[in-house]
Write a new protein. Structure first.
Length: 375
């Protein structure tokens, strides 16, 4: 736990200019830090500072604990790998947008490479799949995608393996909520704002690649919703919150007005995300060092500390979670169900509007899987 506190303190330094190097640098084990960074998929954020690529650090800032040659090579390898992967993902995002548009589907890239463009070095963010939102509605999109790949689909997207070196998820809509009544309102909201999301073209700083990304006023709500959904469903890591940190910085730099800020607050309240939004604002402000004038919602210390503990336990999209280990040895579907839902209920007092719907969705999904297997 002490190590994690040191890593978070160092992370704050990496994210902010004009801060003195923290004293915890004396105690950092650089190999262990890399393992933590990989677990949280944020090695690029640390790497630029440790390798003195961002101009923050000088030799004396390591306070006598400079990485060894072997440590440096480990970090150099990771940074080189990230640059290659991002080059591929930017190229594929450009191609995907162009191809779908040529086939009659206005579109935009959700999160992913659009978020990378907000980083000081867009090639240093750990990339994932390409999530692309198409206009046209589920039936029309599925009619088109099935001509190429007949893949199972969810309520919001379908896999579309158009590239061998990059995963693609084609979205009918950006996200959803477990609460069916709130979800209906969410569908209406997406329909109201979608047109402006499909014409916001952007380019990589080197000018090599271009694609469409959401507008700032939509993105701050959508990405908060995305974080919320993943916390309730599986978990989030530090990378997703750092993405939001850089999104808030972009909103400030682009001059987001009071009208847009008021609209954000209205949406957060309408979709019952006040506690969660307060938690994220607390983390980006108190833990990551984002100045208060960048925040779009009041921070909530109690919820923020709870959420930070969850993030550190869960890792990137819950991949580091160990609290469900009993599922591995549990016998019988009912016993597994009780263990799983008991784990989920830890969030009930924090986010009741969503969590109360979780068992219903899990039963429905289980029935669907069994029905498909039987047929």
């Amino acid at each position: 736990m002490d190590n994690e506190r040191n890593y978070i303190e160092l992370l704050k330094y990496c994210l902010n200019d004009n801060m003195p190097a923290p004293e915890c640098i004396k105690e950092i084990n650089w190999h262990d830090l890399l393992e933590f960074a990989i677990k949280q998929t944020i090695q690029g954020v640390f790497g630029r500072t440790i390798l003195m690529q961002d101009g923050k650090m000088h030799k004396e800032d390591f306070k006598g604990n400079k990485p060894t040659d072997d440590d440096v090579m480990e970090w150099v390898f990771e940074m080189h790998r990230l640059r290659k992967e991002n080059e591929t993902l930017f190229k594929r995002a450009d191609k995907a947008c162009e191809w779908f548009l040529e086939n009659g589907f206005p579109n935009c890239i959700l999160k992913g490479q659009g978020n990378a463009l907000m980083y000081p070095d867009p090639y240093a963010r750990v990339p994932g799949d390409i999530d692309i939102w198409l206009d046209g509605g589920r039936e029309k999109i599925l009619d088109f995608t099935t001509k190429y790949y007949n893949r199972p689909y969810t309520s919001i997207h379908v896999d579309f393996p158009m590239f061998a070196d990059a995963g693609v998820e084609v979205h009918f809509r950006p996200s959803y909520m477990l609460n069916l009544f709130i979800d209906k309102e969410l569908v209406k909201y997406f329909d109201e704002v979608k047109a402006s999301q499909f014409c916001n073209e952007t380019r990589t700083p080197d000018g090599k690649y271009k694609f469409f990304i959401p507008t700032n006023d939509f993105n701050v709500f959508y990405q908060m919703l995305h974080l919320y959904r993943h916390v309730v469903k599986e978990g989030i890591g530090l990378r997703q919150i750092i993405d939001y940190y850089y999104l808030l910085r972009k909103c400030k730099a682009d001059g987001m007005g009071e009208k847009e800020k008021e609209n954000f607050t209205r949406l957060i309240k309408k979709f019952k995300m006040k506690r969660f939004t307060g938690a994220i604002m607390y983390i980006v402000h108190q833990v990551f060092g984002l100045p208060e004038e960048y925040l779009l919602f009041p921070p909530d210390k109690k919820e923020g500390e709870f959420m930070l503990s969850e993030v550190l336990l869960m890792g990137n999209f819950g991949k580091a979670e160990t609290r469900k280990a009993a599922l591995e040895t549990a016998e019988g579907h009912f016993k597994r169900f009780l263990i799983y839902e008991g784990y989920n209920m830890r969030l009930l007092k924090h986010y009741p509007y969503e969590v109360i719907w979780r068992p219903w969705h899990d039963i429905k999904a289980s029935w669907k899987r069994r029905h498909n297997n039987d047929t």
